[in-house]
Design a protein around this ligand. Structure first.
Ligand code: PEP
Length: 251
């Protein structure tokens, strides 16, 4: 099996101003040689300043969304090329908050993913079921549909990361059982292999996201096909995110 580098990705959501950049520099100083890749996705307003602050160190930066078009009359939106211009190498797409708050469909996410790839960004495409869908035992069907619809043809281990984020686990302190996480990650891996071939399917990294904290990270990272985490709340403070980085990288 191709080696998949572990990945700790932080999603700052609509949090952070210049005063918070010290958290990222503290993280970089505390983990100069982490055993995993580290990405922080701040609000777009902080991207270029964060990219400058972490330049040459172990932390990379990413956006939280992009518009599917390269440029044009889209007031308030940011294109993938603009994210790249600001220093981003990554972009989160199809986060459940975008799907819920902005009505993003699988088609929208797929178009955004193409735009991200055109701009040379690595897309972190999010999928995940609601509590109602899990209770109705529709989890795997929902995830399969989101994956098929949100990821365009042309995926590789270099341009795509998939994040499994149960909607009911985001920001709630609740997490699925380790068996439930493993079941979904194994299913995502199988579907990627079927669609893109074994080589590509095995090289795409799969992150778990939803209430990951330093205290539960090691247990989650031991689950089959979990290659890292997408972290919201616990990515805002260097000490918390550092605990997750350490659990993942063994540093
Ligand atoms: C997220 O927003 O992607 C997320 C996983 O949030 P939290 O870690 O706060 O649950």
């Amino acid at each position: 099996m191709r080696h998949r580098r572990k990945l700790a990705a932080g999603n700052w959501k609509m949090n952070g101003t210049a005063d918070d950049l010290g958290e990222v520099t503290a993280l970089a100083e505390a983990h100069p040689d982490p055993g995993c890749q580290i990405v922080i996705c701040p609000p777009a307003t902080l991207l270029s300043r964060m990219a400058e602050a972490v330049e040459g160190g172990p932390v990379e930066v990413g956006g939280q969304d992009c518009h599917p078009a390269a440029s044009g009359a889209h007031t308030g939106d940011v294109s993938a090329a603009m994210l790249a211009d600001a220093g981003a190498a990554w972009v989160i797409l199809g986060h459940s908050e975008r799907r819920a708050d902005h009505g993003e469909t699988n088609d929208t996410v797929r178009d955004k993913c193409r735009a991200a790839w055109d701009a040379g960004l690595i897309a972190i495409v999010c999928v995940g079921e609601t509590l109602e869908q899990r209770e109705a035992q529709n989890t795997l069907d929902i995830i399969s549909g989101q994956l098929a619809g949100s990821v365009p043809d042309g995926a590789t281990g270099h341009n795509l990361v998939v994040a499994y984020e149960p909607v009911w686990a985001i920001g709630t302190g609740k997490i699925p059982t380790m068996d439930q996480i493993g079941e979904v990650h194994d299913a995502i891996r199988a579907r990627l292999e079927r669609r893109f071939g074994e080589g590509v399917g095995r090289s795409v990294r799969l992150l778990y996201g939803g209430s990951v904290k330093p205290g539960n990270a090691a247990e989650i990272f031991a689950v089959s096909n979990v290659d890292g985490a997408l972290v919201g709340g616990a990515s805002l403070k260097a000490a918390d995110f550092g605990g997750i980085v350490a659990a993942l990288g063994g540093d």
